[in-house]
Design a protein around this ligand. Structure first.
Ligand SMILES: *[C@@H]1O[C@H](CO)[C@@H](O)[C@H](O)[C@H]1NC(C)=O
Ligand SMILES: *[C@@H]1O[C@H](CO)[C@@H](O)[C@H](O)[C@H]1NC(C)=O
Ligand SMILES: *[C@@H]1O[C@H](CO)[C@@H](O)[C@H](O)[C@H]1NC(C)=O
Ligand SMILES: *[C@@H]1O[C@H](CO)[C@@H](O)[C@H](O)[C@H]1NC(C)=O
Length: 526
């Protein structure tokens, strides 16, 4: 690029240089993640540069972007919107990144044709509104028909999972995720769904269990099963550190002193156990250690105890059993105990765990994931989590639309039609927006190894000829009816993708104006 040195123009050129480098950064990020898009997308192996032992395999856009340190400010904007998308909808992070990058690629061409960024922004805004209007029209709502809605959810789950590690077993995991989410009865609080990962077995050995499973077991020689459980959940230390401290200080010469201390200590422990017994419970769960002596006291009093439960486990257990975590025992009447119908030890793989059934929060459940390695389990958990987020959002916003590039092509058509109605250079920007939308089906086809230009033009003519349920069948490389194939996606997800991608493109188009007003002195040496 030639840079002129004279007058105001030079300032503008510098601004353009800066803008170009911002665009290049954003487009590079889009190119980086786009090969992971869709059911045939590739996984990425991420390797930590500081710790060579740390690596993970993923095709989750947000995970990839989070793991890579970008110093390009434009790239940071895209990383940010993918994060927002992840937080709000839980999936679609790759799509939003790719669409923003495509919008910027188009903007770059428009700027080369001397179209002002402000005009592009105006055009993109008009196009975005048209696209969202079309998306609204093309979406359907089956919320009133329970069976149809469930099948929508299953299809959404399958679509989400098909681009992830669970695609082999997607029917099973779709059922599992939908059952879990429907138990929530419209709540989006995924804390009620506990996910436990256990290395060993196959992914298809994973299952959903009603109730809550804690990765812990009862004390030695306590009954393995408990009915009508009244549970006190505590975070308290059952010893004081004195024995350890004094034990170290006095060593052998003062064994009698040590024995005395131990006696006092035992009395304290006993005292605490007595206080806990007053709650009228039959199960005591502590976040900290309980030790042998208090445990035997509990056993004698027909109270089952579980010690050293992890933070997450304790918090969720309190939530689902309706209990409060307590740390002092002086006011039993003020404490909320937890309840459930039964607690029993169960075997998962080779591990004994404790299952709480018939918990106060009837919606709670546990998904137990099995798999060959930690890495497989971690990626499976991310996939399941994405599916659960999207599904729970869909129980709120119940509209759905079609996948396989169908909704995008429908939006693209609507935007094209709107462009025909607009005069002036703005219309070029509107057309470019339509073109960017068509890149999504195109990338899907590329990733599946098909001739994308041929396939997408077939899809385009199908949709433009009014066959509005057409989309890409990426298993067979043909245009097919998405409704028939059950390739369904969440309306909310798609809406967020289009709206946020447009917003991000706009932010980056504006960045230019700021840079232009304050040219960077670093450009002096040109
Ligand atoms: C990321 O986006 C959010 C919401 O749009 C915004 O509030 C926040 O400031 C952004 N952060 C960065 C680093 O751009
Ligand atoms: C439990 O108590 C310890 C120390 O008393 C404290 O550091 C910790 O944050 C508490 N954890 C919970 C879950 O309450
Ligand atoms: C999009 O699809 C809907 C119904 O599926 C149809 O009514 C509408 O005309 C389509 N939009 C365009 C611009 O063709
Ligand atoms: C084109 O403009 C006319 C007149 O303003 C309007 O009635 C029509 O709906 C527009 N068509 C589209 C596709 O926006």
């Amino acid at each position: 690029m030639s840079v002129q040195i004279l007058g105001d123009q030079a300032t503008e050129e510098r601004g353009e240089n800066a803008r170009m480098s911002a665009f290049v950064g954003a487009i590079a990020v889009g190119d980086l993640v786009k090969s992971t898009l869709g059911p045939k997308g590739m996984d990425k192996l991420l390797q930590s540069s500081s710790d060579m032992d740390k690596s993970l395999i993923t095709n989750d856009g947000a995970t990839i972007l989070k793991s890579i340190p970008f110093d390009n400010p434009a790239a940071k904007v895209l990383v940010n919107i993918s994060k927002v998308q992840d937080d709000v909808v839980g999936d679609g992070t790759t799509s939003v990144t790719v669409l923003s990058a495509e919008l910027l690629r188009e903007a770059e061409k428009l700027i080369e044709k001397k179209i002002h960024p402000q005009t592009i922004i105006e055009g993109y805004r008009i196009a975005c509104a048209k696209a969202l209007e079309a998306l609204d029209k093309v979406s359907v709502n089956n919320a009133d028909d329970k069976e149809k809605f469930r099948s929508d959810l299953i299809n959404i789950a399958k679509t989400t999972l098909s681009s992830k590690i669970l695609s082999q077993d997607k029917d099973q995991f779709a059922e599992l995720a939908v059952s879990a989410v429907l138990r929530l009865k419209g709540s989006t609080n995924l804390d009620h769904i506990q996910i436990i990962k256990r290395v060993g077995g196959k992914l298809s050995d994973s299952f959903l269990d009603e109730g809550f499973i804690l990765d812990k077991r009862f004390g030695i020689s306590q009954p393995r099963k408990l009915k009508d459980a009244k549970i006190l959940i505590a975070n308290t230390s059952m010893d004081t550190d004195k024995v350890k401290v004094f034990g170290a200080k006095f060593k052998v010469d003062s064994t009698s002193k040590l024995a005395e201390l131990e006696k006092a200590e035992k009395a304290k422990m006993k005292n605490k156990v007595e206080k806990i017994k007053k709650f009228g419970i039959n199960c005591f769960i502590n976040r900290q250690l309980i030790y042998d002596y208090p445990e035997s006291l509990f056993t004698d009093s027909k109270i089952n105890s579980i010690e050293h439960a992890d933070f997450d486990g304790v918090e969720r257990l309190a939530l689902v059993t309706g209990a409060e975590v307590v740390s002092t025992f002086d006011n039993p009447e003020k404490v909320k105990l937890g309840h459930c119908e039964s607690i029993e030890e169960i075997l998962i793989g080779e591990d004994v765990m404790t299952k709480f059934s018939g918990v106060a929060a009837g919606e709670a459940c546990t998904i137990v994931l099995r798999g060959a390695t930690e890495q497989v389990l971690d990626e499976a958990e991310r996939s399941i989590h994405d599916a659960l987020s999207v599904l729970s959002q869909t129980t709120r916003e119940t509209k759905t639309c079609l996948g396989g590039g169908s909704a995008e092509m429908n939006m693209s058509k609507a935007v094209d039609q709107a462009a025909a109605n607009i005069t002036g250079k703005k219309s070029l920007a509107v057309e470019s927006f339509a073109h960017a939308l068509r890149q999504l089906p195109s990338i899907l086809a590329d990733n599946a190894g098909y001739d994308s230009s041929e396939l997408v033009s077939k899809l385009r003519s199908a949709i433009y000829n009014g066959m509005s349920t057409s989309g890409l069948d990426l298993n067979r490389g043909v245009v097919a009816d998405m409704r028939e194939l059950g390739i369904v996606e969440s309306y909310k997800l798609k809406h967020a993708v289009v709206a946020s991608a447009t917003e991000a493109a706009e932010v980056l188009l504006r960045v230019d104006n700021i840079l232009r007003a304050k040219p960077r002195t670093a450009d002096r040496n040109h």
